[in-house]
Design a protein around this ligand. Structure first.
Ligand code: FAD
Length: 317
């Protein structure tokens, strides 16, 4: 994919930046497609739906985990890998501190253009003082968009109604180009949602235990982050690759705990740096100008700048 860099101007504001996302290019994947692709590669009957975990404890005698289910039943197992998202029950077992709500919220959706959208395949990021808009084509007819704005208490009501989310997003984008406004106006309402951003503080990731006996976490259960740099899902896939590799290597020697220790060591720096990057970028919205300068200097000088994280190779299975 060819990437462009440069600034767009419209209205009286400098509002837009057309951003290259990585040297390798950029691929937008629908969450459902990804989940189905992953699930299709598992042996049949390996997934059980509707099982709500309420607690995980370590058996004091065997040191193996016991999973408590909402219906009162328990599952005894040798290993637990908690992929239960940003309110993870498994993370609590490890003693990780609860995740925090950031001051931001994201509205997002898909817009379908039955006759084709005719947009370039580039990831477009447009920024004004109080709103950031991202737009990326998924294919010739479908476009994904999101806006990032400061959270307002009224959003608690707005998020229940996709039409209201759409209308308020259109209102916030009133100085944007017409094609951007139309894109949001024409959004498929069943895809429109508004979420408040949660994150785990990067310094907690640096200092906390990410495993205990044979229990660990992956994905948002470990490192929910501001979606500002769009890495949460990607880095969850990296977790899976590294964890599978560690388990395969160390389990041959029969030590699951050693495998999880190795996993923790391999992942800690990577997820802490990414969490810090997304934390800083997300914080730019609400920070004073002096803090913005400091954040950008840290981002550029100490964390490798805007795209260095996209060059990461987590190795093979
Ligand atoms: C607005 C927004 C935009 C984003 N954009 C990007 C992007 O562009 N690129 C990117 O890479 N990432 C992005 N992300 C991040 C990405 O969505 C997440 O990092 C990713 O979904 C994490 O996957 P996960 O499987 O770890 O957690 P989740 O997707 O949260 O899945 C957790 C699963 O666990 C289940 N669960 C939860 N609790 C329990 C329980 N107690 N018992 C049983 N099951 C339970 C849930 O039902 C769910 O199925 C974005 C996030 C947001 C909010």
């Amino acid at each position: 994919m060819r990437l462009l860099a440069g600034h767009l101007k419209f209205g009286s504001q400098r509002f837009g930046t057309r951003s290259p996302v990585s040297k390798e290019g950029f691929q937008c994947v629908k969450r459902r497609d990804l989940i189905e692709a992953l699930a299709d590669n598992l042996p049949s009957k390996s997934i059980r739906f509707g099982v709500q975990i309420v607690a995980v404890e370590i058996d004091p005698i065997t040191s193996f985990p016991i999973i408590h289910i909402e219906d009162g039943s328990i599952i005894r197992t040798k290993v637990v890998i908690g992929c239960d998202g940003s309110n993870s029950v498994v993370a609590k077992t490890l003693g990780l501190k609860p995740t925090k709500l950031s001051g931001l919220r994201v509205a997002q959706g898909f817009t379908n253009y039955p006759d084709g959208h005719k947009l370039s395949p580039h990831f477009l990021l447009m920024r004004a003082d109080k709103i950031l808009l991202g737009r990326v084509p998924v294919n010739e007819k479908l476009v994904f968009w999101f806006t990032n704005q400061e959270f307002h208490p009224a959003d608690l009501e707005t998020r229940k109604d996709p039409a209201l989310i759409r209308d308020q997003t259109v209102k916030s984008l009133k100085n944007s180009p017409q094609d951007v406004i139309e894109m949001v106006q024409r959004a498929d309402l069943s895809s429109v949602s508004l979420v408040r951003v949660r994150y785990r503080a990067p310094w907690h990731l640096l200092l906390s235990n990410l495993f205990k006996e044979t229990v660990t976490v992956a994905g948002d259960a470990m490192h929910p982050m501001d979606p500002a740099i769009g890495q949460g899902g990607c880095v969850a896939l990296e977790d899976a690759v590294v964890l599978a590799r560690c388990l395969a290597r160390e389990m041959r020697a029969g030590s699951c705990t050693l495998a999880l220790k190795r996993y923790e060591t391999e992942r800690r720096t990577r997820v802490s740096v990414l969490s810090m990057k997304s934390y800083l970028i997300g914080s730019l919205f609400t920070a004073s100008w002096i803090k913005r300068v400091i954040y950008l200097v840290i981002f550029d000088k100490f964390l490798g700048g805007r795209f260095s994280h996209t060059q990461f190779d987590c190795g093979s299975l």
